[in-house]
Design a protein around this ligand. Structure first.
Ligand SMILES: [Zn+2]
Length: 342
């Protein structure tokens, strides 16, 4: 009897041990995978998958990424967002939730990705500069390419609406400079959107936000822009309402440039804007003390459209009609500068 009990016990014990190891083993596997995931950044995982991919398939796509697409998802349903200021590219793949990215890793290579996150159908890539994304679908695979703006467009320009968010600029009669500047830039955008030339336009902002001075100033260099124009509204030094009015354009007087210089760009902006909305020509002014002018790597001009400290001009600056004329003037200046060879 005792012998039998012992035998049964030992069978039971063995089975328990087997079951425990299976369960434990399963958990250990999951556990290892979790640890691996936590220890490896997505960028490292991506590199390791890429290596495996190269070994297994000898994939020949350098500087290109490839992802197996969920069956039946057309290219037009892939949603791409590109935040040029944050240099953040987001690609949303339908039907790729859950473990999809674990089972279908992103393969390929790019020297431009500073950080990568992949989760629940969304690929987030922080780039080392400003790039355009080109996605193509071939034989069930999504190919992702990164292109420099100058590879995509004939000309590239940057438009900066001064201030924004918590930086209102001048405030007169509860009217904030940031809002006037943005309203003008939005009207300029309407004109540039309709233009049929192949011009890439990068805006430092198109809403009520406040990119840093660096983000604004560097957008020109990062997009290798042909020119940079900043739009502001002026005030007298003491901020008091006065008779003083008119338009002036700033440039960096300390940069010695020949030909397509900031000074030349500023001159074109001054001529075209004063002609378009008939304001007083106050001439070119020195702008080296202004951060976005001084730290710009490309020809840069800052247009002070008119004075908020002048009653008549303040009224005009807030009117839709006048803002449209201002936008038209800046638009003409851009086209003329590009025609001249900027
Ligand atoms: Zn300003």
């Amino acid at each position: 009897m005792e012998g039998r009990i012992l035998k049964i016990s030992s069978i039971f014990l063995t089975m328990t041990i087997i079951a425990a190891s299976v369960i434990l083993g399963h958990f250990t596997n999951i556990h290892i995978r979790e640890i691996k995931r936590q220890q490896m950044s997505y960028l490292q995982m991506f590199a390791s998958y890429t290596q495996q991919g190269k070994e297994v398939e000898e994939i020949g796509f350098d500087q290109q990424l490839r992802l197996e697409m969920p069956r039946g998802v057309p290219l037009k349903e892939v949603k791409i967002e590109n935040d040029y200021i944050k240099q953040l590219i987001t690609i949303q793949i339908p039907d790729a939730g859950g473990d999809y990215f674990d089972e279908h890793p992103l393969l390929g290579r790019s020297n431009h990705i500073a950080d990568l996150h992949m989760d629940n159908g969304i690929i987030e890539m922080t780039m080392d500069s400003v790039y355009e994304v080109k996605c193509t679908l071939k034989k069930g695979y999504l190919y992702i390419d990164f292109l420099k703006p100058q590879e995509v467009y004939d000309k590239v320009i940057v438009i900066d609406a001064g201030h924004g968010g918590r930086s209102p600029g001048a405030i007169k009669q509860d009217i904030m400079e940031k809002d006037i500047n943005l309203a003008i830039v939005k009207k300029l955008k309407d004109l540039l959107d309709k233009n049929n030339r192949n011009i890439g336009v990068y805006y430092t902002r198109t809403e009520d936000v406040n990119p840093t001075f660096d983000q604004r100033a560097q957008l020109g260099g990062k997009t290798e822009a042909n020119l940079f124009i900043s739009v502001h509204s002026n005030s007298t030094v003491d901020g008091q309402m006065s008779k003083y009015n008119g338009t002036e354009v700033m440039y960096d007087e300390l940069k010695i440039e020949e030909g397509f210089s900031s000074k030349r760009l500023a001159q074109i902006c001054l001529e075209e804007t004063t002609a378009a909305f008939g304001s007083k020509d106050n001439g070119l002014t020195y702008g080296n003390s202004i951060y976005v002018i001084r730290n710009n790597e490309v020809p840069a001009a800052l247009i002070e459209v008119g004075f908020m400290t002048n009653w008549e001009e303040l009224n005009k600056l807030t009117s839709d009609k006048y803002q449209k004329k201002v936008a038209k003037g800046i638009y003409k200046a851009i086209l003329r500068a590009l025609d001249e060879g900027f």
